[in-house]
Structures are given as structure tokens and as C-alpha cells.
Write a protein that binds this ligand. Structure first.
Ligand SMILES: Nc1ncnc2c1ncn2[C@@H]1O[C@H](COP(=O)(O)OP(=O)(O)OP(=O)(O)O)[C@@H](O)[C@H]1O
Ligand SMILES: [Mg+2]
Length: 245
């Protein structure tokens, strides 16, 4: 999966992080993700998945370890500088401005990206071609979109930075089954566009269908990493329950 001659899109070594005044929540995660792959990160509630991606995005400070994006160290960079280094992040909630239109959301997303290579009208057209429903309705308020369409808008906003790596935290949370599969198809299209996607997902079966690789996070540690095609749902259920008891 990751031959030595390919620089990983995302490379993480011994990452530790926690909230001020508390113990470590992310407890020594090491990981290499090749370009143009989907890595599904799954695990029980409270196992540290969101904390892990927040640490990658720079919103939670790492206490130890390193993070590289296509070979460039980003560990000590601010969240904004990480975006400029090719790392984009879509939070679990509140990831678009509901009282602004689609066009206004997209415009805001590019406001601070001057200097990042590949950002511009051609890139915007390519991103919108991945999400036709969003591209067709520039004047619609984000708050008037369905949950699934709002996720597409959030993906589109993040992709306008022309990232190497896209971090998605539970994009299907609260969506009906129809929108779950639409959202997963959109994530697969993002990979086809050349981006490495780190996908935190509760919907394990849906994630496994599109993922190349799966990492199971339990109590802030990587308890398993495997090719998605080598894992059955039954294996994962066993693993979850064994660790939760
Ligand atoms: N802002 C915060 N301050 C202090 N502790 C926090 C904060 N956010 C999360 N935690 C703690 O960190 C641990 C991991 O939470 P986190 O949200 O990362 O888990 P998760 O795997 O994303 O859970 P879920 O599946 O419910 O989204 C929990 O014990 C939680 O209470
Ligand atoms: Mg979470």
C-alpha cells in the first residue's frame, strides 16, 4: 500500500495530545497515509477520534510527536498555516455559515488562501464539478440546504484550499441513509480528485465500502490498522465490544 518511494500525504509519529489540565487523550498514534487514499478512523464514542483530528488540524496542541503533510513538518504551525501547507479540516458540527448563501460561504473559504498554489477560479470550477448540486444553486442559503447538501458545501469550502489531505469528522452524523450513501460517494470523488481523505466515521459499514485502509482508535491508541478489504464487519464488532467491556 505504501511503497518506500511514495512520500505519504500524511505522516504521524508518536502523537500525544490532551486538553489543558487533563491527561493525554491521544496516546501515541503513529500512522502513514499514502496520497489519494481514504483512511477510515473508527472507534467507540469518546475514544478520542475528534481530539485526534483536532490535533492534526492544530486546534488542540500536541504534547509530543510529529505531523508531516507531504514531507513538510506542520506540528508547530497554527491552524491557518496548516491549511496553507495542504491540510484541510471539516469539523463535525457548525461547518458552514447557515445565514450566508452557498456563494458567500465559498467566497469566505478562499479569503485567506492567497499564496497557496493551485487556488483560484479553475480550482473552484473543478471543486464545484464534484458537487453539482452545490454549484447549481449559488444563491441558496446554506441553512436551507438538506443535511447532506450542507456537508457537500462544507467539503467544497475545505477543498478550495487545494489540500493534499482532507480531514473529515463524522460527515454523516445525523443524516438519513440516503444521504449517508450520497455523502460517501462524494468522499470517494474527493479521493479520485487526488486528495488523501482521513475520514472519522461512526457508520462503519458505509466507511468500509469506500475506505482503502481502516484504523481503529480505542482510548486514544491505535488498536488496529488494516486494509479495508481484509476486514469484516464481524471482526470490527468483536474488536469494539472486547475493548469496551
Ligand atoms: N474540550 C474538551 N475539554 C476537555 N475534554 C474533552 C474536550 N473535548 C473532548 N474531551 C474529552 O476527550 C475524550 C475524547 O473525546 P472525543 O470527542 O475526542 O472522542 P470521539 O471519539 O470523537 O467521540 P464521539 O464518537 O462521541 O464523537 C472524552 O473523554 C472527552 O470527554
Ligand atoms: Mg467525535
Amino acid at each position: 500500500m505504501n511503497p518506500d518511494n511514495i512520500i505519504p500525504a500524511l505522516s504521524i509519529r508518536d502523537l500525544r495530545a490532551g486538553y489543558p489540565g487533563g491527561g493525554d487523550i491521544v496516546r501515541g498514534v503513529t500512522l502513514d497515509q499514502p496520497p489519494e487514499t481514504i483512511l477510515a478512523v473508527i472507534g467507540p464514542n469518546g475514544s478520542g477520534k475528534s481530539s485526534f483530528v483536532k490535533t492534526l488540524a492544530g486546534l488542540l496542541r500536541s504534547r509530543e510527536g510529529s505531523i508531516e503533510v507531504t514531507g513538510e513538518a506542520v506540528t508547530s504551525l497554527s491552524p491557518a498555516k496548516r491549511v496553507m501547507a495542504g491540510l484541510a479540516y471539516v469539523p463535525q458540527e457548525e461547518n458552514v455559515f447557515r445565514n450566508l448563501t452557498i456563494r458567500e460561504n465559498l467566497k469566505l473559504a478562499t479569503e485567506f488562501l492567497r499564496g497557496r498554489s493551485g487556488v483560484g477560479p479553475a480550482q473552484e470550477a473543478q471543486v464545484l464539478s464534484l458537487f453539482p448540486e452545490i454549484g447549481r444553486r449559488p444563491k441558496t442559503l446554506a441553512g436551507d440546504l438538506s443535511g447532506g447538501q450542507r456537508q457537500m458545501l462544507a467539503f467544497a469550502c475545505a477543498l478550495l484550499s487545494n489540500p493534499e489531505v482532507l480531514l473529515l469528522d463524522e460527515p454523516t452524523a445525523g443524516l438519513s441513509p440516503k444521504f449517508v450513501s450520497e455523502t460517501m460517494e462524494a468522499v470517494a470523488r474527493v479521493r479520485e480528485a487526488g486528495v488523501a481523505v482521513l475520514l472519522v466515521e461512526q457508520n462503519v459499514a458505509a466507511a468500509l465500502r469506500i475506505a482503502d485502509e481502516v484504523m481503529v482508535l480505542v482510548a486514544g491508541r491505535k488498536s488496529l490498522q488494516a486494509r479495508a478489504s481484509d476486514i469484516s464487519n464481524a471482526d470490527l464488532a468483536d474488536l469494539f465490544f472486547a475493548k469496551m467491556q
